[in-house]
Design a protein around this ligand. Structure first.
Ligand code: GDP
Length: 312
């Protein structure tokens, strides 16, 4: 993708990862970036997506559009998580093939790995065990997307690749109080607890699960790096993207508390699920290719909180 005038479609450009991919592409001199809002193009509608590809014929496609959510949303709406995500990815991948996109990058998630897989998670652990039940629907949809990209490569030689990022955060995150992921949920909760002088903040689960966090712009840089430099023949089925650093939820809570400047106490609600006990990626394959994350958790958190404050 070295020609900076090639037409790039970023599906999901308003979301956490899509907006970061648009920014990183622009910052790197790409000038022909195509985006569509949900109102302009419903990605779950096969004929609308096909019409769009037929007319626009994007050469590079980033699939960052998905129905996403945290542990509560995932386990409460399995139908929507399966149906919407399967439709979105099938429509985009099939139309990319039919209208001859040169390359596709499909974004998955680290929840595709078996719940009790050895850690750190290596790419070859996919489908070696049972999934975590709280996000099984989402994981199954993402595994289907990876397999579809790989099938297009094996059967038709298409340069369609997939990436599996760890838990991401940054500008344009979803700060919904109950449906978001842990990091944006905590930013919101600590912020309002500070404003209201609340004596305590409730955190879900035991605080013991281990999670890895990556700032969205780091993930977007990794995606552009792979789009520019690495083909399906080299990457294999998919490649992990992460920071390689894991934190117990209880430590993340302390970081967010400090960033927001909240002074009160923390209470862990043991009636809420912990989810998978540990989820840290092995990032040796992508780092061997030459990519490295740039943002520390402290720096990324400060920027994420700044973004949250702008939107309040
Ligand atoms: P996961 O990585 O797929 O489990 O997704 P989440 O980001 O939703 O949750 C990560 C961990 O943070 C789980 O152990 C949750 O129980 C815990 N957690 C603590 N407080 C919260 C919260 O307010 N929202 C969410 N989503 N998770 C929380």
């Amino acid at each position: 993708m070295r020609d900076k005038s090639k037409k790039i479609f970023v599906a999901g450009h308003k979301g956490l990862v899509g907006s970061a991919i648009v920014k990183v592409c622009k910052d790197n001199g790409y000038s022909n970036i195509l985006t569509r809002t949900r109102e302009e193009l419903n990605l779950t509608n096969a004929s609308a997506v096909e019409e769009f590809f037929k007319k626009e014929r994007p050469q590079y496609v980033f699939i960052a559009a998905a129905k996403v959510g945290g542990i509560h949303a995932n386990s409460t709406y399995p139908v929507q998580f399966l149906l919407d995500n399967l439709k979105i990815e099938c429509n985009l991948i099939e139309s990319s093939a039919k209208y001859e996109a040169e390359k596709v990058l499909f974004l998955g998630s680290s929840c595709i790995y078996p719940r009790l897989a050895p850690q750190p998670l290596k790419e070859e652990y996919l489908l070696t065990g049972l999934l975590e039940p709280t996000n099984e629907a989402y994981a199954i949809s993402k595994i289907a997307g990876i397999k579809l990209c790989r099938a297009y490569y094996r059967q038709y030689g298409k340069n369609f690749i997939s990436v599996m990022p760890c838990n991401l955060y940054g500008p344009n995150d979803n700060y919904h109080p109950t449906e978001s992921h842990v990091l944006p949920a905590l930013i919101r909760r600590f912020h309002f607890a500070k404003l209201n002088n609340d004596k305590e903040v409730v955190v879900w689960g035991t605080g013991k699960p281990l999670r890895e966090f990556l700032y969205s712009l780091d993930c977007a840089e990794a995606c552009l790096f792979l789009m520019e430099n690495c083909d399906a023949s080299e990457i294999g089925e998919f490649i992990n993207i992460g920071s390689g650093r894991e934190y117990p939820i209880a430590s993340l809570v302390e970081y967010v508390k400090k960033t927001v400047g909240y002074q009160g106490n923390i209470v862990f609600d043991h009636t809420k699920p912990d989810g998978t006990p540990r989820k840290v990626m092995d990032i040796s394959r992508i780092t061997a290719l030459g990519w490295r994350p740039k943002f520390s958790l402290e720096d990324g958190l400060a920027l994420a909180y700044e973004d949250f404050l702008k939107k309040m």
